[in-house]
Design a protein around this ligand. Structure first.
Ligand SMILES: [Zn+2]
Length: 79
């Protein structure tokens, strides 16, 4: 499972794969201080940028909100 950690000392944010059976702890790769978990699930995209082209809609959207509105307006379930 991919976890996202943030080092409280140098503010570095990084991802690390940790097995479900293992404790969710991590050490900052830069300064070796223990880092704090900030996200612990799939689906978070770091550095998501807009505008973004959507293949299903064959359109380019300026924001996540605009994309959601479009799919809502056509009554589609976004995948
Ligand atoms: Zn650090």
């Amino acid at each position: 499972m991919i976890h996202v950690f943030k080092c409280e000392k140098c503010n570095k944010t990084y991802e690390e794969y940790i097995r479900i059976s293992e404790p969710i702890t991590s050490k900052c790769p830069s300064c070796k201080k223990s880092a704090k978990k900030i996200f612990g699930f799939y689906g978070i995209k770091i550095g998501e940028t807009w505008p973004q082209y959507n293949v299903q809609a064959d359109k380019t959207f300026d924001s996540r909100h605009q994309e959601d509105s479009y799919f809502e307006s056509i009554g589609a379930v976004k995948v």
